[in-house]
Design a protein. Sequence first.
Length: 183
Amino acid sequence: MSATYIQALKANVTQQEALRTFSGAGFSNLYWRLRSGPLRRIADVYVPYWLYRVRYNMGRAAHSTLFAIDAVNGSLDLFTFPRMPDAADLISVCTRNHVAPSLQQSVAEALLRQKVLRVIFQQGFFKIRDLNLEIAPEPLDLHIPYWLGFYGHAAARCRVLNAVRRRMEGAKASALFETWLTA
């Protein structure tokens, strides 16, 4: 795979901070080292996301929110944006470490509808009257940065740090990246 230029959100975690996070002395780090072996290296990886404007009614108020869903398989957590990311929020990166989109647009919209409904229902099921959910794609190529920590001796296991939200991701993210690495 050759290096290409992609447009990504700015990371909130530097390489040094990611290294400290993966090799820290906490319980979860100890668990990972005991289960999978020592930390071998870290790498930054970029995941493509598709941005959608979602309009819906909640009670008597109309809402419009920007949601982003990963374009790989739709399994990662949604991103919510208060406004369209502008040039100050984005950087151009030349990298080989980016996952190719493999999700069809129609499947992404169906998954997004399910996930948005779940978010809306968590805000208050009884406030929903005529929901009238409208989903429209926004024309922005967007990648989200992640840090991968590789653990192990022979077969490497990866642990995932979201470089925008500054939090460790779970099994779905690890499975996505491990599948991508073995493909």
